[in-house]
Write a protein that binds this ligand. Structure first.
Ligand code: F0G
Length: 459
C-alpha cells in the first residue's frame, strides 16, 4: 500500500528556543498588555499563531540569496532577478516592489480611490479596507452567502457573490467603481479558496464594464493548490500553470511577500497599464524608494525571488495544506466549533459558537484569544467585531462583524506536528471549561484599525 503519512518536505538546520511561562506569569502579562495580544512581547509567547505574515522560516537558498544581494541604489541585479521571477509568474508588464503588501495597496488606492468611489472585493482584509477608506472611497465585501456558515463544508467558500457584483456594477457603473478586487485565499473569510471559475467570471464581468480587475495575491500559491485538488479538470496541471492562469484574468495585483513569498518582509504592485504604472512609480519614489528597490534591500529582493520559486513546490503545498487540515480535523473530532473546511493558512475557531454565553458586545473572539493565551501561551488573533465591528456614528448602535472568529495562523515551515498537538490539547481543554471564559470591554481605542492597539478589561 502507498505510504499515507505526509511529512514536512524539509529538515531543520537552525533552531530558536521557546520560552515556557507559568499561568500566573501569563495573567500578569495579559493584564499589562490590556488584554490585547498585539501588546504581548513575542518572548512571552510559546506558540505564536498571531499571523502567518512575515513569520516564515527561510530556506538555506534564501539565506544564501541574502548574502548575495546586490545593494546598488539603481538597477541592482537582485531587482532584475526579482522582476523576472514575478513577470514569469504573473505575466504583468510592470513590477513595482514595495516594502510590504499595504504599501502596494496605499499606492493603488491613492491612484484609483477617492471620495464617491466604491471598491468591491470578495472580502477586503483589514489593511485593504483601511487604505480604501483613507482615500475617501467605500470598501464593499461581496462574499458568497455560504461563507457565513462556519459549519458548512464546500469547496470554494472564498468566492465572490457574482450576482451581487453584477447588481453593484449595474447600479454604479465604471464612473463610481474604479476597480474590482479579489482576495486569494479569502483571509477575512477563514482562508477559504476562490475557484478559477469564479475568477474567470468576475474578470469577464469587469471586462464587459471596462473596469480593471485586481487580485490581492498574498496567498496565491495556496489558492492554486486548492484549485488543483478541488476544481474539476485541474488535477493534471501544475500549480505554477494554475497560478499563471489566475493572474492572466487580472489587470494587476497587490502582493504581500510576507505570506506566499516566504519572506519576512517584502511586497509588490504589478499591473499592465503604462499610465498607471507611471503614476505608481512617482508615488513610490516619494514614499518607498527608487523603482528598482521600492523600500527593500537588494538582499530582500533575492530572498523574495527565491521564495516565490519555492512556494510553488507541490510537495511543500501538499504538506502545508494538509498540516492545517490536520488541526481542523482534530478539533472537529473534539466537538470544538471550527470553521470548515480547513482554509489555507490558518485554523479559525467560531468564537460565537465556542462561547455562546457571551453577547457580541462582549467580544467573544477577543475573550477566546485571551483565554487561549492564558491556557497555553498560544497567541491567536481575533477576526470579529473588534477588527470589523463598529458603532454607527449617527445612532450609536453597535454593528457587529459578520462572524466572530479567532484565527490561529500557521507560520510557514516553522512549527512541527507536536506543536500542533499541543495547540489542539489546549483548545480542547479550554472548550471543556468554556463557561468560565468571561467577555471583555473596550477601555480605549484608536479611530482606525483598532484591533492593533485598543485596550480591554474583563467584563
Ligand atoms: N491582503 C491580505 C489578504 C492580507 O492578509 C494582508 C496582511 C495584506 C493584504 C497586507 O499585507 O501585511 O504585507 O502589509 N495580512 C496579515 C495577516 C497582516 O495577519 O493576515 P502586509
Amino acid at each position: 500500500m502507498a505510504i499515507q503519512t505526509i511529512i514536512e518536505p524539509f529538515k531543520i538546520k537552525t533552531i530558536e528556543p521557546l520560552r515556557m511561562t507559568t499561568r500566573a506569569e501569563r495573567l500578569g502579562i495579559l493584564e499589562r498588555a490590556g488584554y490585547n495580544l498585539f501588546g504581548v512581547r513575542a518572548e512571552d509567547v510559546l506558540i505564536d499563531l498571531l499571523t502567518d505574515s512575515g513569520t516564515s522560516a527561510m530556506s538555506a537558498r534564501q539565506w544564501a540569496g541574502v548574502l548575495d544581494g546586490d545593494e546598488s541604489y539603481a538597477g541592482a541585479r537582485s531587482f532584475y532577478r526579482f522582476e523576472r521571477v514575478v513577470k514569469e509568474l504573473t505575466g504583468f508588464r510592470h513590477i513595482i516592489p514595495t516594502h510590504q503588501g499595504r504599501a502596494a495597496e496605499k499606492i493603488l488606492f491613492a491612484i484609483m480611490g477617492g471620495a464617491g468611489k466604491t471598491i468591491p472585493n470578495n472580502s477586503h482584509f483589514d489593511t485593504t479596507r483601511a487604505n480604501i477608506e483613507v482615500s475617501g472611497a467605500e470598501a464593499v465585501d461581496l462574499p458568497v452567502k455560504e461563507a457565513l456558515t462556519p459549519s458548512l463544508v464546500q469547496d470554494f467558500k472564498g468566492n465572490m457573490d457574482i450576482t451581487a457584483l453584477e447588481r453593484l456594477l449595474k447600479q454604479k457603473g465604471r464612473e463610481q467603481v474604479p476597480l474590482v478586487m479579489m482576495t486569494v485565499t479569502n483571509n477575512a473569510c477563514a482562508g477559504q479558496p476562490v475557484s478559477m471559475g469564479c475568477i474567470r467570471r468576475v474578470s469577464e464581468l469587469c471586462r464587459s464594464y471596462r473596469i480593471p480587475f485586481f487580485i490581492d495575491a498574498c496567498r496565491f500559491a495556496e489558492n492554486a493548490w486548492f484549485i488543483k485538488t478541488r476544481e474539476p479538470g485541474c488535477k493534471g496541471r501544475s500549480v505554477r500553470q494554475l497560478a499563471q492562469e489566475m493572474f492572466s484574468y487580472a489587470d494587476g495585483c497587490t502582493m504581500s511577500g510576507k505570506k506566499d513569498g516566504l519572506v519576512n518582509i517584502g511586497g509588490f504592485l504589478a499591473l499592465n497599464d503604462d499610465g498607471m504604472a507611471q503614476m505608481a512609480r512617482n508615488i513610490l519614489i516619494v514614499t518607498e524608494g527608487f523603482p528598482t528597490y521600492g523600500g527593500l534591500a537588494g538582499r530582500d529582493l533575492e530572498a523574495f525571488a527565491q521564495g516565490l520559486e519555492e512556494v510553488l513546490d507541490e510537495d511543500y503545498l501538499r504538506y502545508r495544506i494538509r498540516s492545517v487540515a490536520y488541526v481542523v480535523e482534530k478539533l472537529d473530532h473534539l466537538g470544538v466549533p471550527v470553521f470548515k473546511p480547513a482554509g489555507g493558512h490558518a485554523v479559525y475557531l467560531d468564537a460565537a459558537a465556542f462561547l455562546p454565553h457571551l453577547a457580541v458586545e462582549a467580544f467573544p473572539g477577543q475573550a477566546l484569544a485571551c483565554a487561549l493565551y492564558l491556557e497555553g501561551g498560544i497567541r491567536s488573533c481575533e477576526i470579529g467585531s473588534v477588527m470589523f465591528g463598529r458603532r454607527d456614528p449617527a445612532s450609536g448602535v453597535f454593528q457587529p462583524a459578520a462572524m466572530e472568529l479567532v484565527r490561529l495562523a500557521i507560520p510557514r515551515r516553522v512549527y512541527t506536528q507536536s506543536h500542533m498537538d499541543y495547540v489542539v490539547e489546549c483548545i480542547g481543554g479550554l472548550y471543556a471549561r468554556r463557561e468560565s471564559v468571561r467577555g471583555v470591554r473596550i477601555l480605549q481605542e484608536p479611530p482606525l484599525l483598532r484591533h492593533f492597539t485598543a485596550l480591554f478589561e474583563p467584563h
